[in-house]
Each structure stands twice: as structure tokens, then as C-alpha cells.
Design a protein around this ligand. Structure first.
Ligand code: ADP
Ligand code: MG
Length: 266
């Protein structure tokens, strides 16, 4: 089972869209995919038309057992989407309380790791959507994953936000005493604006060797797909954005040669 965490402490950079975008593609390729919503906002949960304010089956329940996870609980919490091979663990807004509670209780950092252990026969890929705050939920995601994807909007403020995320990531790697491979993913790229083009250049210089050589372009179809509650690749398979996520997925799976794609920068 491969586990990827999608993280950035800035909101609105394309985390949830990347989770559903990549997860939808993997599921269409026949991989059994589990998406995990660790964000108290529950955007991923809302994407699939569940209400995070009311939902009872959620990751919140996993944290109610003093850091242990009853063996049959994870399977009980998995929700199937209407789409083949695509399931998810929902977030409820009560997760926000947990961030505060868990500060005072040790031993809560491996709850998600233990949860996924119970599910490793059931899924090939797990994609974790994370909250924009450094707390017990983000720490759980970092502990459970084998690599981190860092979507970043191609604009100047977002680059500052990414610097903060990188400090967090290094801190987590230090405390967990392991190297976590990470890939920066430029998103919402608009080749017509100099802000976008400049930002992409800066990102490529700063994160050389750790950045996907292309970029996800701005595509309004993502918003439409999200409104419809359908993974982007099933909503409009031929759209520019879906093609970009296909190319990203190939890169992540090691099927695409690693080279700088200069086509994104005029
Ligand atoms: N490449 C893109 N082009 C246009 N809109 C996008 C793109 N990626 C995401 N969006 C939209 O931007 C908003 C924020 O994206 P989202 O994935 O929810 O970010 P995050 O999870 O980091 O907060 C959503 O409305 C989403 O539909
Ligand atoms: Mg989100």
C-alpha cells in the first residue's frame, strides 16, 4: 500500500483538488484507492456530498481510544463513493476540537498509521488530505505517509506559505528521524500572467530536484467537477487540467523521464 500526504499550510492552493484529481485517476486505472480527509473543514467530505457538520462516521472516532485503534473500526468507517475503486474516510467538524484536546494527551501521533495498518489488504493507494494548520492531524498524516506532495499556487504569497510548510516538514523529519521524499507541485498556473510565470521560475530555482517539472494550469472545470461531486477525470476526461494531473501521476509513478519541461514558461 502506497501512502501519499498532500500538504501545505496555506489554504486554497489545490490540496483537495489534487487528492481527488490523482485519486480519481488511480481508481480509473484499477487501483483500489482510499482518500482520507484530515481537514476539519471537510472539503473532501463535502466534495462527495456528505455534510461534515452532521456526519457520524468520521476520522474523529479513530482518536477517541487513547491513541489506540480498535482493529475493526477503520473498516467500519470507510465510505464507498459511487465511483469504482474509490472510497474515503470522512472528516467531521468536530476534528477541530481534537486539535485542542490532543495537545494535552501524548501518544496520539500514530493513530492514522495504526488505522492504515488495519486497511492495508483493502487498498493499493491512500491519499491524505491535510489541514492548513500544524497540529496533531498534520503530524498524523506525516507519520503515516511515505511521501509528501506539496501543491503550491503560482503566485508570490503562496511561495511564502510554502517556505513555512518546508520548515514544518524539516521539523517533522527531524523528530521522526527519517527522510520523507517530497515533491512541490505548481498549481493554478496561468501562462498569460507575469506573476504566474515569475513564480514558477522562482519555485523551480528554489526547489530544484524536488519539484515536478511541469505545472497544473488554471482550469475552471475543477470547480465545476467539485460542484457536481464527480472526480475531475470522470467529469471531463479531456480537459486541460485532467491531462496535467495525468502527466503528474505518470511522473510520480516513475513512468515519465525526469526533465525540466520548459513549455510551461514562455
Ligand atoms: N488548477 C486549478 N484551476 C482552477 N481552479 C482550481 C484549480 N485547482 C483548484 N481549483 C479551485 O480552487 C479552490 C481551492 O482549491 P482546493 O483544492 O480546495 O485548495 P485547498 O485544499 O488547498 O484549500 C477550489 O474551488 C478549487 O475548485
Ligand atoms: Mg482543502
Amino acid at each position: 500500500m502506497k501512502v501519499w500526504a498532500i500538504a501545505n499550510q496555506k489554504g486554497g492552493v489545490g490540496k483537495t483538488t489534487s487528492v481527488v484529481g490523482l485519486g480519481g485517476l488511480l481508481a480509473s486505472q484499477g487501483q483500489r484507492v482510499l482518500l482520507v480527509d484530515m481537514d476539519p473543514h471537510g472539503s473532501l467530505t463535502s466534495y462527495f456530498k456528505y455534510n461534515p457538520d452532521e456526519i457520524e462516521k468520521s476520522v474523529f472516532q479513530l482518536f477517541q481510544h487513547k491513541g489506540e485503534v480498535p482493529l475493526d473500526l477503520p473498516r467500519h468507517l470507510v465510505i464507498d463513493t459511487p465511483y469504482n475503486n474509490l472510497s474515503f474516510l470522512a472528516a467531521s467538524t468536530s476534528l477541530a476540537i481534537l486539535e485542542r484536546q490532543a495537545q494535552n494527551q501524548g501518544g496520539m501521533g500514530l493513530v492514522l498509521t495504526k488505522t492504515l495498518n488495519c486497511l492495508k489488504q483493502d487498498f493499493d493507494y491512500v491519499l491524505i488530505d491535510t489541514p492548513p494548520i500544524l497540529g496533531v492531524l498534520l503530524i498524523n498524516a506525516m507519520a503515516a505517509c511515505q511521501q509528501v506532495l506539496l501543491p503550491v499556487q503560482t503566485e508570490h504569497l503562496a511561495i511564502k506559505g510554502l517556505e513555512r510548510m518546508m520548515r514544518t516538514l524539516k521539523m517533522v523529519m527531524n523528530s521522526q528521524k527519517r527522510e520523507l521524499p517530497y515533491t512541490v507541485i505548481p498549481t493554478m498556473f496561468d501562462r498569460r500572467t507575469s506573476a504566474s510565470v515569475d513564480s514558477l521560475r522562482i519555485l523551480r530555482n528554489t526547489y530544484e530536484g524536488h519539484i515536478w517539472p511541469s505545472a497544473i494550469s488554471v482550469d475552471t472545470r475543477f470547480r465545476d467537477a467539485s460542484k457536481a461531486g464527480v472526480p475531475p477525470n470522470l467529469y471531463e476526461p479531456g480537459s486541460r487540467g485532467v491531462k496535467a494531473y495525468m502527466s503528474l501521476l505518470k511522473y510520480l509513478l516513475g513512468q515519465e523521464p525526469i526533465r525540466m519541461d520548459s513549455s510551461a514558461v514562455p
